[in-house]
Design a protein around this ligand. Structure first.
Ligand code: GCB
Length: 652
């Protein structure tokens, strides 16, 4: 039976979804080319300068944005997208905290500067963390938070004179404070016998390197001045009819017409509609199924939206095409259902992380990672511990990889980080995140945080508010946060739909003693389930492993220990997944960079792949397991037992 909340969604969802996103101001559609839209990527080399002055404010005092950066002092070449930390040979830049300055000239097509019916938008995919943007010395945007896009309409600026190019300056500050997401603290070391004057360090409570810079594409794109600002779809299924509820927001005119058309993968029109909101019905719909759950996973329709508007200059049209996957998500007391069928998450936690580029977006890396995920038989991952690039989410839609989409709420452990200021910012980040990712069928659940100090008194109100807000933004998806608190002390878990628990038995506790894992893990699951009767995901488990270290009998840090530890977890997971455990996500997909510490031998080594994406022994173990799980699901679904031959990946 559907648990109360999920049942409520089923009834109220159709009524609420349309108004749910009303809190968000403006859309954030992925910029695409169409008959009415152009885009110009500004990837490549930018000019760069870190402000090493004592107060880090020299750039503002001397107004570096006013003139080309080369005129106010020396600058470096800096690739975009990339973190700035690992590309140079200067150790001071690797650990730099404060303002850095990026700049580049963009040549503008003549039509963009002369046609007043064209809207020119500057879009920054991700700038870590606080960014101020100027175009030709004029302030155009400011944004807080590193992992989500922001935009500025620069039409007036570039159309106000005889311009053939514009100069874009972006100042970025990577300082983390108790009120940022993730939070951090700046610690001034004042003992002059030990530290030079003004010495400070950035402290954080998360376990990944605080890479910074322009991590994703910066681009210019155009729309007509009357344009499709936002599209929201929410899908449902009635018997075998797919229902696509849509809502479209238009800016620039009140006199317009909207036509929508849904096409299948062959390009055949399967449904049509008009107006800013409505429901399209697709008889015998192809549902969007996760990878390995169906012979034809990840079926995507295309929603073609055409806007026609009457303006002073005559008729204008705008065109936007949105991929749409028709699927449902629901949660019961013990199951996670996709299209009404039990779904078991067998996958990974990832990071946006690689040699040299740090957190910079990189197509070859992205494709390699998805090839590895599919080789592994993984059907899901969590975007630990922040929203990933939009192109990642698009590939998940296309390949059927299910996503738990996590906010940058990682390391919320100080009382100050539970203040109203922090909560307000966290609410806004959830709005930006839902606004960006709401239409991805691959996203099946929101995670508002990872391992907060959820036992602290203010945590109850904080998570109650945050989760309620996220549900108001999107009533169609369950919401969680990932906990490592004690089940009796956790004040946030009463508000989640699915309990996500991290544990590191025989690694951080009872280290070296794999023999205690089964008992401790079974106790963990039983305690949580008895208290809450909600489905549970083992959202992290794993062991630090230096590739090439071998010890038999297994010793910590060897490949044998990692495998042995995983096998112990799997024994209990196999028992509990028959009851209420609905998923297992290994920590981590690949080794990744962290701050320096005695526990981290050049980063975190809990990857089943190295940072260069080569497999450790545990990758083969997981591969066998995941394909076996996939075959079981398939057999369970189709009840064609004869198709379930062994554990071979190639039987599916
Ligand atoms: C955790 C954190 C993750 C760490 C991991 C570890 O619980 O969620 O960010 O990297 O443990 O390896 O310690």
């Amino acid at each position: 039976m559907l648990r109360g909340l999920a049942g409520t969604w089923a009834v109220l969802g159709a009524l609420l979804w349309g108004c749910g996103l009303a809190l968000l101001q403006g859309g954030m559609l992925y910029p695409q080319e169409s008959r009415s839209r152009e885009r110009k990527e500004l990837d490549g080399l930018w000019r760069f300068r870190a402000d090493f002055s004592q107060n880090r404010r020299q750039g503002f005092e001397q107004q570096w944005y006013r003139t080309p950066l080369r005129e106010s002092g020396p600058s470096l070449d800096m690739p975009v997208p990339s973190s700035f930390n690992d590309v140079g040979q200067d150790g001071r830049l690797r650990s730099f905290v404060g303002w850095v300055w990026y700049e580049r000239e963009a040549a503008l097509p003549q039509r963009w500067t002369e046609d007043l019916g064209t809207r020119v938008v500057l879009r920054i995919g991700s700038a870590h963390y606080y960014a101020i943007v100027w175009v030709n010395g004029v302030h155009v945007a400011e944004h807080e938070g590193g992992h989500l896009p922001f935009e500025a309409d620069i039409s007036r600026l570039v159309q106000s004179g005889p311009l053939s190019s514009c100069r874009i300056t972006i100042a970025i500050n990577n300082t983390l404070s108790p009120n940022t997401l993730p939070p951090g603290t700046i610690l001034y070391k004042t003992d002059t016998s030990k530290y030079p004057k003004g010495y400070f360090v950035q402290n954080t409570n998360f376990d990944f390197f605080n890479y910074a810079g322009l991590h994703r594409t910066v681009l210019l794109y155009t729309t007509p001045t009357t344009y499709i600002d936002d599209i929201t779809v929410a899908t449902d299924v009635d018997q075998d009819t797919g229902l696509v509820n849509y809502q479209i927001v238009v800016q620039g005119s009140e006199h317009f017409q909207l036509e929508v058309c849904l096409l299948d993968e062959e390009g055949t029109v399967v449904a049509k509609g008009t107006g800013g909101r409505g429901q399209l019905q697709v008889p015998s719909a192809h549902l969007w199924w996760p990878y390995l759950m169906h012979e034809h996973p990840a079926y995507l329709y295309s929603l073609e939206v055409k806007l026609t508007a009457q303006t002073a200059a005559g008729f204008v049209s705008d065109f936007y095409t949105l991929p749409v996957g028709i699927r449902t998500v629901a949660v019961t007391q013990s199951q996670f259902l996709i299209n009404g069928k039990p779904f078991y998450f067998h996958g990974v936690n990832k990071h946006e992380d690689a040699d040299i580029r740090g957190k910079g977006f990189d197509w070859p890396l992205l494709v390699k990672d998805f090839n590895l995920l599919r080789w592994l038989g993984a059907n899901a991952f969590r975007t630990s511990h922040y929203p990933y690039a939009e192109e990642v989410m698009q590939l998940c839609d296309r390949y059927g990889i299910v996503v738990i989409d996590e906010s940058p709420g990682v390391g919320i452990v100080l009382a100050q980080s539970y203040s109203n200021v922090s909560l307000q910012h966290h609410l806004e980040v959830m709005e930006e995140m839902v606004r960006r990712d709401k239409n991805h069928p691959s996203v099946v659940m929101w995670s508002v945080a990872n391992e907060p100090a959820s036992f602290l008194k203010p945590a109850g109100f904080y998570f109650k508010t945050l989760i309620a807000h996220t549900k108001a933004l999107d009533p169609s998806r369950p919401v969680t946060f990932v906990t490592n608190s004690n089940y009796e002390a956790d004040l946030g878990v009463p508000y989640v739909d699915v309990i996500c628990v991290n544990s590191y038995y025989s690694w951080y506790h009872d280290y070296g003693h794999m023999e205690v894992i089964q008992l401790q893990l079974a106790t963990q699951f039983e305690s949580w389930y008895k208290t809450y009767q909600k489905p549970i995901i083992q959202s992290e488990y794993g062991a630090e492993t230096i590739t090439g270290f071998h010890e038999d009998p297994p010793l910590m840090f060897s490949e044998e220990y990692q495998k042995g530890l995983l096998e112990q977890y799997h024994v209990v997971l196999d028992q509990k997944r028959k009851e209420y455990v609905v998923g297992e996500l290994i920590w981590n997909f690949a080794d990744f960079m962290t701050d320096q510490s005695p526990q981290r031998p050049i980063g975190n080594r809990k990857g089943i792949f190295t940072r260069q994406r080569q497999p450790k022994s545990a990758a083969f173990l997981l591969r066998e397991r995941y394909w076996k799980l996939a075959n079981e699901t398939k057999c369970h679904r189709s009840a064609v037992k004869s198709q379930c031959v062994g554990n071979s990946p190639f039987t599916f």
